[in-house]
Design a protein around this ligand. Structure first.
Ligand code: DGY
Length: 321
């Protein structure tokens, strides 16, 4: 069976895939063009793609014999799952393995933006540090402040659990009650408005869906405390980036830590000039171990499809019913 990889994965995953498939790999260290994607999908039985590859109905149609779409990410908003399901093509993702690593980065952003780590680092390197001073790079406290989690699924829960050592009251918004969070940390399930009004850190952990697109916009920034920080490690379009820029420019909120962008990889032109935002290039799952585990899960999912079995991490299980 033939598998087309839209980008080279960590070595252990490549070796695993080579034991099972004839592989063709995008030879360039960049995202495939539409033409390259079409050519790859026409050649393969299984398409192994990234969150940067839009796998739309046209791509899926290009190969009437396509047997599987294996996404190297937990988020799969890049794939037209309905089009795949209509053809009974399994779509898989990589949940679980990246939960803790992503939660770590959310906390890295919380500390970086609140304690002004990036600005302080640049200042210190520049040679401008002339000695301790009472008002040098004063930031916001993290300990004891209220943490608001929007989307208390796997990653949101892992972020919330990490707050235990910092004595932070915890609020969350989710469709479902999160009993472990309520019992272990006294978390309260509240409305979005209440969370926005009370939280000092608002951390986003929802998938990108039509109903979560621009979940945080002008009205939501207006509801937040002017001392609050927004943290986004989910998907860029959950936030209206133009409204965020305005909120940061006008001091409507204190700052933001962003790993994802509405028009990724493009940034809103004003973002990079703002001192009260910390920007990382979608690296939340980017530890060496986690990226390898993600690749190995893809290899497992692809092997199961080849064997005619339901893959362990299936997004559209209904095709097997
Ligand atoms: C995902 O998996 O969806 C992350 O955004 C990248 O690892």
């Amino acid at each position: 069976m033939k598998c087309f990889l839209t980008r080279r994965l960590p070595q252990a995953a490549m070796e695993q895939l080579e034991t099972t498939f004839e592989l063709r790999v995008n030879p360039y260290d960049r995202v495939c063009t539409k033409e390259e994607l079409l050519e790859g999908v026409r050649w393969c039985d299984i398409l192994l793609c990234l969150l940067t590859d839009p796998i739309d109905a046209e791509i899926i149609r290009a190969n009437p014999h396509l047997q599987g779409i294996v996404n190297y990410a937990v988020g799969y908003n890049n794939i037209d799952v309905a089009a795949a399901t209509a053809r009974k093509i399994p779509v898989t993702n990589t949940p679980g393995v990246l939960t803790e690593t992503t939660a770590d980065l959310a906390w890295a952003l919380i500390f970086s933006v609140a304690r002004r780590i990036v600005e302080s680092d640049a200042f210190t390197r520049s040679g401008a540090f002339a000695g301790w001073a009472p008002q040098l790079f004063l930031g916001g406290d993290v300990w004891g402040k209220t943490l608001g989690i929007i989307g208390a699924g796997r990653i949101g829960t892992a972020v919330a659990l990490r707050s235990a050592g910092f004595n932070m009251p915890l609020l969350y918004v989710d469709e479902h009650p999160n009993t472990p969070l309520e019992q272990q940390l006294g978390a309260r399930k509240v409305s979005l408005t209440e969370l926005l009004q009370q939280a000092d850190f608002v951390s986003l952990h929802v998938p990108l869906l039509p109903q979560t697109t621009h979940l945080i916009g002008m009205a939501e920034f207006a509801a937040m405390k002017s001392t609050a920080y927004l943290i986004n490690t989910s998907r860029g379009a959950v936030v209206d980036e133009a409204a965020l820029v305005q909120a940061l420019q006008t001091g409507r909120i204190a700052g933001a830590g962003l790993d994802v962008y509405e028009h990724e990889p493009l940034l809103h032109p004003a973002l990079k000039a703002l001192p009260n935002v910390v920007l990382t290039p979608h690296i939340a799952s980017g530890s060496k171990d986690t990226r390898t585990r993600m690749g190995l899960i893809c290899a497992e999912n692809a092997a199961a499809i080849k064997a005619g079995k339901m893959p362990p991490q299936i997004v559209n299980p209904e095709i097997y019913r």
